[in-house]
Design a protein around this ligand. Structure first.
Ligand code: KG4
Ligand code: ZN
Length: 338
């Protein structure tokens, strides 16, 4: 049963993705990114849903071809039901429902955030999968939270952002510096030639396990406005140092709370997940803590960090084994708790 072939579909934001899983092994993981949003400096929901409509059939077809399977080999279909942009989710949800009905196979709804976390159980995601319980810093464009993962489907949010997500902070600060969307990976790349201690920006002083990223955005904005008044070329002349300093501040904020949580809960198994877990400084900080605090760290392979359907297929496989199927009358939902 666990070697059944399952199709996963992801369409929660601006990536249309389809993947085939057999057991815990990914046979294909295809994604079509939507370049159109670059012109607008952020995802335009209406354009995202239209692009999903155009991409979904070719992307699913490619995933079958790459996995070398036929439609009739599919034992179940998993899809992202939420959270995300409703218009985007509707495309993947409607497609998954129709295909499940026509192939007469079970439909399985997947929570996108659970999927980022459970991506760690894909065969080639890590040298070893995490053991329960573990902490997972889940950081994406829409969410930032520290999750205590007690079992596959038993998760507790210990702390979360009270305003912007960490990925959103990267993207919004990138926009201030006139970088393309999404700015996270660009800031990561430009930081490599910059001094992370060149500039300092405010860090929040929250006592709880919660995060806040709106302060750093404002702090960078005011600082840059002040400097640009004195020197109009300030951003261009200091771009690498600005990126490295912003990146350092965001990663420091993330790690301070993660370290506090791991210490207070006495947990040594610590993972990262979500788009921002692709960040090289975050990965390095995790590796440093492996030595410093004796953590067992779990860092997913790059292709399973940003939005992808492999993680959706992974969760669908786990639910398939538990016979947790979804009624065909289900609808997409923009909010979906862990
Ligand atoms: O998980 P994801 O693909 O989509 C959401 O579920 O939101 O995360 C996208 C976010 C974007 O904000 C993007 O800028 C950020 O992940 N991101 C990065 C890096 N790669 C992607 N942020 C920092 N460094 C990176 N290397
Ligand atoms: Zn995501």
């Amino acid at each position: 049963m666990s070697d059944s072939i399952i199709l996963g579909i992801e369409s929660s934001c601006d990536d249309t993705s389809a993947a085939i899983i057999k057991g815990n092994c990914i046979l294909s993981n295809i994604a079509a990114n939507q370049e159109i949003h670059k012109e607008y400096g952020g995802v335009v929901p209406e354009l995202a849903s239209r692009a999903h409509q155009q991409n979904i059939i070719p992307v699913v077809q490619k995933s079958l071809t790459k996995a070398n399977i036929q439609q009739n080999d599919i034992a179940a279909i998993g899809f992202t039901r939420g959270p995300g942009l409703l218009g985007s989710l509707l495309v993947g949800t409607s497609f998954a429902k129709s295909l499940a009905m026509s192939l007469n196979v079970p439909l399985i709804e997947v929570n996108h955030l659970q999927a980022h976390i459970l991506a760690h159980f894909i065969d080639d995601a890590n040298p070893e999968p995490p053991t329960f319980p573990f902490l997972c810093l889940t950081v994406s464009g829409g969410h930032t939270m520290i999750v205590l993962v007690k079992d596959y489907f038993e998760m507790e949010i210990i702390g979360k952002s009270i305003d912007d997500a960490a990925g959103e902070a990267f993207d919004k600060i990138g926009k201030i510096m006139d970088l393309d969307y999404p700015a996270g990976p660009i800031i990561d790349r430009l930081s490599k030639d910059g001094d992370p201690n060149a500039f300092t920006f405010n860090k929040p002083r929250l006592e709880s396990y919660d995060y806040s990223f709106s302060g750093i955005k404002t702090s960078v904005l005011y600082f840059i406005q002040k400097e640009v008044k004195k020197n109009p070329d300030f951003i261009k002349e200091n771009l690498n140092d600005l990126c490295a300093s912003v990146q350092k501040t965001i990663i420091d904020i993330l790690m301070i709370k993660l370290e506090k949580t791991a210490k207070d809960l006495n947990i040594k198994n610590v993972a990262i997940a979500g788009g921002v877990s692709a960040n090289s400084a975050l990965r390095k900080a995790m590796q440093d803590n492996e030595k410093k605090f004796g953590w067992n760290i779990f860092i997913p392979k790059f292709e399973y960090t940003t939005d992808n359907a492999a993680m959706i297929a992974m969760v669908a496989k786990l639910k398939f084994e538990r016979s947790e199927f979804t009624d065909l009358r289900t609808t997409a939902t923009s909010k979906y708790d862990l």
